[in-house]
Design a protein around this ligand. Structure first.
Ligand code: SN0
Length: 316
């Protein structure tokens, strides 16, 4: 593996999940592979799980990790070509990406979308500019349109908790006070399409995700219907994609409750976190045995470690 910025970069999902499971069983077994290598983690946005689990994954492989909050601690970066840099942006991504490549063997970047300019967000300018100008592999820590490391952790979690060969997995929209990106649901959809699951999406009318991601997937606006016989409920808010970046519903009837979970086949509840209690999901569900959100977060380490292993192996 050269870069990991999309679920599309996974060649064989079952092999990757198997690797993550092996790593989870013995996280320190491959301490040599990252020796004298440095992972640079660059954040344009906040992070808890991604930041700590990816650092931990690097340390487990014997790598060093350097973390920088580029939005608050770095120079403001220019991403456009050919501009006269007479504004507040002090450094061009061309130099910045090449310079970071001198210090780091892998560069990992988090950059959320604007949620105001769909076309620009879909260009993935930040992640793609790092890919273009860096001389080392690039990992996405959540870009504008995908959060692939989260998706790998989710696939591993479903693999671990499934009780039937082909579980029914439901991605459900749920209400949230803020406009949120589409990256997590997009990558979850992509990875579920690769997994051996019966997958269905449910959301209010008008909350369709980008059809480039959801084509071929069953979508229903009837949440109760979707929950019937489900083995996994994966809740996530996203802002409106058609009315781009807007909040057009905060309908509380979409909150995941004990009553809704009772419609399922004793389903496990999943969420990438951070989760807004009693908006996305009630306390009763989140605090119940059905919730596997903490194990899902734990799996972020092994997902990241599997990806770092793949990239380090490729680098020789
Ligand atoms: C991000 C998102 O993409 O939805 C990161 C999830 C891993 N979530 C948020 O920004 C939540 C912010 C909030 O105020 O609840």
């Amino acid at each position: 593996m050269k870069n990991f910025t999309s679920v599309d970069d996974i060649q064989d999902l079952s092999e990757l999940v198997a690797l993550a499971k092996t790593i989870k069983a013995a996280p320190f077994a491959d301490k040599e592979i990252g020796k004298n290598k440095t992972l640079g983690l660059l954040f344009f946005n906040p992070s808890l799980r991604t930041r700590l689990s990816t650092q931990k994954a690097a340390l487990n492989l014997g790598m060093d990790a350097i973390v920088m909050n580029l939005n608050t601690e770095g120079w403001l970066l220019e991403f456009e070509d050919g501009v006269i840099m007479d504004g507040n942006k002090a450094e061009h991504i061309k130099e910045a990406a090449q310079v970071v490549s001198q210090y780091c063997d892998i560069i990992a970047v988090r950059s959320f979308p604007s949620l105001t300019d769909k076309q620009k967000d879909e260009e993935e300018q930040v992640i793609n500019s790092f890919k273009k100008y860096a001389s080392v592999p690039v990992i996405s820590l959540e870009g504008s349109t995908e959060h692939p490391l989260q998706a790998v952790a989710d696939a591993l979690t479903i693999e671990e908790f499934k009780t039937v060969t082909k579980p029914k997995v439901v991605l459900t929209w749920a209400p949230h006070p803020k406009a949120l990106p589409h990256a997590v649901p997009n990558s979850f959809v992509k990875i579920m399409k690769k997994a051996d699951v019966d997958f269905i999406i449910t959301h209010p009318e008008g909350y369709e995700l980008n059809p480039e991601f959801t084509s071929g997937v069953t979508i229903t606006h009837n949440q109760d219907e979707a929950f019937k016989d489900a083995d996994f409920i994966y809740a996530k808010n996203w802002s409106n994609y058609i009315d781009y970046g807007q909040i057009t519903s905060k309908d509380p009837s979409w909150t995941v409750t004990t009553e809704k979970m009772a419609l399922t086949n004793n389903a496990k509840f999943m969420h990438c976190l951070p989760v807004r209690r009693n908006m996305i999901v009630t306390d009763a569900v989140l605090d119940s045995d059905a919730s596997i959100v903490i194990e899902e977060a734990n799996n972020r380490t092994y997902a990241a470690q599997a990806i770092l292993t793949k990239i380090l192996e490729n680098a020789g």
